[in-house]
Design a protein around this ligand. Structure first.
Ligand SMILES: *Cc1c(COP(=O)(O)O)cnc(C)c1O
Length: 380
């Protein structure tokens, strides 16, 4: 049976190591801040190539902690892609600030830097909000255009938070995802490229001062003494069992899974590229293929393909059906932008196909052939 993601197969592959890692935590009894947490943070910081990796409870908290540390508040504008998972915009609104939804590029699904700059200039011109930060997302595993974004941010004195929840493993010219911007965050939700067995997240930065503030904020705003609180924060920690699991999984991701994902993506590309739009990866960029997302000609064609794939036992998902500016909670927002044509179109035509390290090459070929048959029948 073809699964969209296969966490059971992964567990079977890693069972001896994972079971032993969990058992160690049970034997040692340090369920919060056990030695495995620090070990994991060190392993991940080294892999990503940043000075500080600070673990926390989930990818959404990770982003909130950065925005809190930066003092993002009501009256501030934060620029986010219109086509993303809700959390990217939610964390901005949670701080009382205003998310400005910027259209994405149709080819890469990531924030369009030309439109980003136009949105920043428009916001400055209107003079109602203070532009403070940009949150580019590494959607479906492909890093955003971080080099151009850095230039724009510098020009307008904006902070950059890389939302790398789906990005871990990707890179631009050998610089790893989650090392861009003033800070980056990721998520260990089970279905992400590196997932734990529950919720988890992390923050990355080279900035010592920012790291200090975040370490305080994630533990109730603690000062030097645990019972001296110097700010209002969160209780947001990665627990020791999750860290122990992640120590095993991260190493296996680096050594094996990442290459399988890339191999599967390239097989899809070879079999599908001449009949549908497959993901476009710019030169110098490497995607970790958190999702393998194709584009159909229309919403109707997508519906038929998805239904027929399902009838052949092949699961697929729509990431995402609604752009941020059309989310009910944001619909009265004065920053709604109906001109985000790419985001709107993508919501109607994208379909994510099964991709995970425990598929076989033959599965990818079978799925590709089914897609070819379904689409060619339709064109007659
Ligand atoms: C999953 C995800 C998040 C949130 O991560 P959680 O760990 O589920 O809180 C944020 N941004 C993007 C783009 C995501 O895909």
């Amino acid at each position: 049976m073809i699964k969209f993601k296969d966490l059971q197969a992964q567990y079977q592959q890693l069972k001896p190591q994972i079971d032993a890692a969990i058992q160690e935590v049970l034997d040692e009894g340090n369920f919060i801040n056990g030695r495995q947490v620090r070990a994991f943070e060190e392993q991940l910081a080294e892999y990503v190539g940043v000075k500080h990796c600070i673990s926390c409870a989930n990818g959404t908290d990770a982003m909130s902690l950065v925005l809190m540390a930066w003092g993002i508040k009501e009256g501030d504008a934060v620029f986010v892609p219109d086509f993303t998972f809700f959390a990217t915009a939610e964390v901005v609104a949670l701080q009382g600030a205003t998310p400005i939804f910027v259209d994405v590029r149709r080819d890469t699904f990531n924030i369009d830097v030309t439109k980003l700059e136009a949105a920043i200039e428009q916001t400055i011109k209107e003079g109602k909000l203070n532009p403070k930060a940009i949150i580019p997302v590494d959607l479906f595993g492909l890093p955003a255009d971080h080099l151009e974004i850095a230039t724009i941010a510098k020009k307008h004195s904006l902070l950059v938070l890389e939302d790398g929840a789906q990005g871990l493993g990707g890179s631009i010219n050998d610089k790893m995802a989650c090392s861009f911007g003033d800070a980056a965050t990721t998520s260990f939700f089970p279905a992400k490229p590196v997932g734990c067995y529950g919720d988890g997240g992390a923050i990355f930065t080279d900035n010592d001062g920012l790291a200090e503030v975040i370490k305080s904020l994630k533990v109730h705003g603690k000062g030097t003494d645990k019972y001296d609180n110097i700010r209002v924060g969160l209780n947001s920690r990665l627990d020791t069992i999750q860290a122990a699991i992640l120590n095993v999984k991260l190493q296996y991701f680096i050594e094996h899974e990442f290459n399988s994902l890339r191999k599967h993506a390239s097989t899809y590309h070879d079999h599908l590229n001449d009949i549908i739009e497959t993901p476009s990866i710019p030169t110098g960029f490497i995607s970790s293929f958190a999702q393998y997302t194709i584009k159909l000609k229309s919403k109707g064609e997508r519906a038929i393909l998805q239904m027929q794939l399902k009838s052949h036992g092949i699961p697929s998902h729509i990431y995402y059906p609604t752009p941020m500016h059309q989310q009910s909670i944001f619909s009265n927002h004065d920053c709604c932008n109906a001109t985000n044509i790419n985001s709107l179109e993508l919501c109607s035509i994208v379909l994510s196909l099964p991709i995970h390290p425990y598929l076989h090459q033959e599965d990818i070929i079978t799925i590709s052939q089914k897609i070819k048959t379904i689409l060619s029948n339709r064109n007659i």
